[in-house]
Design a protein around this ligand. Structure first.
Ligand SMILES: [Zn+2]
Ligand SMILES: [Zn+2]
Length: 387
């Protein structure tokens, strides 16, 4: 069948809306009609950073100057909510008419990580940026007669997709699909960073650096657990103000501004948890973040750094003597098949704000405007709506 999607031809270029030829689903695959897709920063990293390159596997400096790998052209999008139109042979987890969330990491259900409750780290995730379908490596997407790569094996910036059932999570049919799309990545990533990875306790002081579509949910998570002080740090005043509606108790315009505030709030003890969700993570941000992290405190790195970023300013003496922890996290250390429906249930019961995260919706052909608005800081989250 023919469908339309937003394709990136190379770093630094704009998204192009193209007609794509899509093959029918094969064994364990599902044809989905995406109705909404979140404009997450990770797809922008594909455009503006070095994500997905294989160059860094080589240790030499010249390697970073090498021409891009076979990643491009690529169909973008990894946050999505849609409807199952057709199932291939052997599919058991969904049926025609089901509503689904995309899971940018597939969940096999039986590898070591999956069976020990860490399915966000499923071994199948290794395939997520590789060309071809998860099932057998062959291609279902074709553009102008050539094979087309697909972001995270889900390609949600398109009207339709053929995805492995391991990349889909069934959700209730009465939920708005734009809300489902947000929970499929950004919401869960932020919320889990606070609740699971920072392990916040009632009465804690928490700092969230960067309160966009992901960080805002770290604020919500911290508030839900009962943190006493929640300091939202963002350059953009509109996001600082919005954070107060999501549970922040204080705001600051920069890490430098936040340090004396945290010192004052805690009588010098500093924060129990600092969660880093800047638009791009850089090593130099660790210095201020660890200054704000108190004894036995945790600094969670959620934001995505350039793939080649290897150095960070960390005072190793204080790290040991104050017994601080630095913890990385992906997808909020959450289990997609449990946490996506669970967060949507909290939304339904009025305990999690999701609609309020969506500042603006765009049709597919306005995707470049949507990303420009994200970069300009005017959106908490922009969403593409396909129908
Ligand atoms: Zn995302
Ligand atoms: Zn697995």
């Amino acid at each position: 069948m023919k469908t339309h999607g937003a394709v990136l031809y190379g770093r630094g270029q704009d998204w192009q809306i193209e007609e794509i030829e899509l093959d029918p689903p094969k064994e364990l695959e599902v044809l989905v009609r995406w109705e909404a897709a979140g404009l997450c920063h990770s797809d922008e990293h594909l455009r503006g950073s070095d994500m997905g390159s294989q160059e860094h596997e080589a240790e030499s400096k010249e390697a970073t100057e090498a021409p891009p790998s076979g990643l491009f052209p690529i169909l973008g999008g990894h946050e999505g909510g849609g409807v199952v139109l057709e199932v291939g042979p052997g599919v058991r987890s969904v049926e025609v008419g089901d509503h689904v969330a995309a899971s940018f990491f597939p969940i096999c259900g039986h590898c070591t990580m999956c069976i020990t409750g860490h399915s966000n780290l499923c071994d199948m995730g290794a395939t997520t940026m590789l060309a071809g379908q998860i099932s057998d490596g062959t291609m279902r997407y074709h553009l102008k007669g050539k094979d087309l790569n697909v972001m995270a094996s889900v390609g949600t910036f398109a009207e339709h997709a053929v995805v492995h059932e391991a990349s889909l999570v069934k959700v209730d049919n009465d939920l708005p699909l734009d809300v489902v799309a947000l929970v499929s990545c950004g919401v869960t990533t932020g919320w889990g960073s606070a609740v699971y990875r920072a392990d916040i306790k009632p009465g804690d002081t928490v700092v969230v650096v960067g309160v966009g579509g992901v960080g805002m949910n770290a604020v919500q998570g911290a508030a839900m657990v009962g943190a006493k002080n929640i300091v939202a740090v963002d350059l953009v005043e509109f996001k600082q103000k919005s954070a107060l509606d999501f549970g922040a108790t204080h705001t600051a315009g920069s890490i430098e501004e936040a340090i004396p505030l945290v010192r004052e709030l805690t009588r010098g003890a500093m924060a129990n948890a600092v969660i880093l969700v800047p638009s791009t993570m850089y090593g130099h941000l660790m210095e201020g973040a660890l200054t704000m992290t108190g004894k036995n405190g945790t600094c969670v790195v959620t934001g995505m750094a350039p793939q080649g970023q290897k150095e960070a300013s960390i005072n190793l003496f204080e790290l040991a003597m104050w017994q601080k922890q630095v913890r990385g996290v992906v997808f909020g250390a959450a289990n997609p098949r449990f946490d996506i429906p669970n967060l949507l249930a909290l939304y339904k019961s009025g305990q999690l704000k999701l609609e309020e995260l969506i500042t603006r919706s765009y049709p597919l052909d306005q995707i470049n405007q949507g990303y420009q608005d994200m970069l300009d800081g005017v959106n908490i989250r922009g969403v593409l709506t396909m129908v």
